[in-house]
Ligand binder design. Structure first.
Ligand code: PMV
Length: 326
């Protein structure tokens, strides 16, 4: 039985979440230590396409699945782009190590791996723009009004400067830097925090526009620091971004506790990442301090921690195994 495989990384929003929905820039980075994988095999005959989401224990028969089922939509979009009609008899197995609803782009990565694997099975490789566009259409089911940042960074697999409605700009930091990511274990659907911010903005648009402008200024400063290699400057910028996220109402006591623990263990700064209220926090660290910061975060209640190094070079051929954490 012939088969093909593809994978896609997780992602992290480093600066600018929420404000990005209102036209301000954001910076996101791929996280290769977590990934979604899709494996396509041929057959059994007469079944059309069937997806097995192994971690969820779910089997989706595409021909019978509802229109708005995310996995089914991803398959249908890929088959349409490949002009494969009627659907071939393919079985697709999906696995993922990305926490669900945790701000690491699990939905977008699963869609990206799935679509890429189907293209490969058909003898093609989707270019990042095409992949990003298809994944975005699936993201709309998960998020309602996604800014498009998740699908973009996951499809391009490089740090991204992102402004809604403008072509994304992949860029490379002039020096790599080390981040510790901690999963709070609190699921927090992005759709809800985005709706919460929207409600507040509708009640006091001027106040919230000013907060979004302040976030935007931090994102510009962060890009400057990355491009000029002033890595230490990113720590205080993360702290300032976090203070604004608190004022947007998307932090949570558990996230603040994790960030305090990271700073006490030597992190240079940190913030929540993604929709907030739960999900992940990220902290900038000196490489030698990373294990200590991971340990402190785990003592403070983190479910899981990862060490990642944006800017260390091109996409790895194979996904990286998670960095060991003490
Ligand atoms: O929760 P995540 O990582 O999917 O990120 C959401 C980012 C927001 O800016 C809050 C929403 C968006 O669509 O950009």
């Amino acid at each position: 039985m012939r088969g093909t495989e593809a994978w896609a990384p997780g992602k992290l929003i480093l600066f600018g979440e929420h404000a990005v929905v209102y036209g301000r820039p954001a910076i996101a980075v791929p996280v290769h230590q977590v990934q979604a994988r899709a494996r396509v095999s041929v057959g059994p005959p007469g079944q059309g396409c069937v997806v097995h989401a192994v971690d969820l224990g779910e089997t989706v028969r595409i021909a019978q699945a509802p229109e708005d089922h995310p996995l089914a939509l991803a398959v249908r979009l890929a088959l349409k782009a490949l002009a494969l009609e009627p659907a071939p008899d393919w079985t697709i197995q999906i696995t993922s190590t990305i926490p669900v609803a945790g701000g690491m782009g699990s939905g977008a990565a699963v869609s990206a791996a799935l679509i890429r694997a189907l293209f490969r099975q058909a003898g093609q490789e989707p270019d990042p723009e095409c992949l990003s566009r298809l994944v975005y259409q699936v993201e709309r089911i998960h998020h309602g009004t996604p800014s498009g940042i998740d699908n973009t960074v996951i499809a391009h697999e490089r740090p991204i400067w992102f402004v809604r409605g403008q072509p994304p700009e992949p860029f490379d930091p002039s020096r790599p830097f080390t981040l510790v990511i901690a999963d709070s274990g609190i699921p927090s659907p992005t759709r809800e925090t985005v709706a919460h911010v929207r409600q507040r903005w509708q009640q006091a648009p001027e106040h919230y526009e000013a907060l979004f402008d302040a976030v935007g200024a931090i994102v510009y400063a962060a890009r400057g620091a990355m491009e000029t290699g002033q890595i230490e400057a990113l720590g205080p910028l993360m702290d300032r971004n976090q203070a604004l996220l608190r004022r947007l109402g998307v932090s949570a006591p558990e996230l603040e506790r994790l960030l305090d623990a990271a700073r006490e263990a030597g992190a240079l700064g940190g913030k929540l990442s993604g929709g907030g209220r739960g999900g992940n926090v990220v902290a900038l660290v000196y490489p030698e301090d990373a294990p200590r910061v991971c340990a402190a975060l785990e003592r403070a209640g983190a479910r899981h921690t990862w060490i990642t190094t944006p800017g260390r070079g091109a996409r790895p051929e194979e996904p990286l195994s998670p960095d060991p954490t003490p």
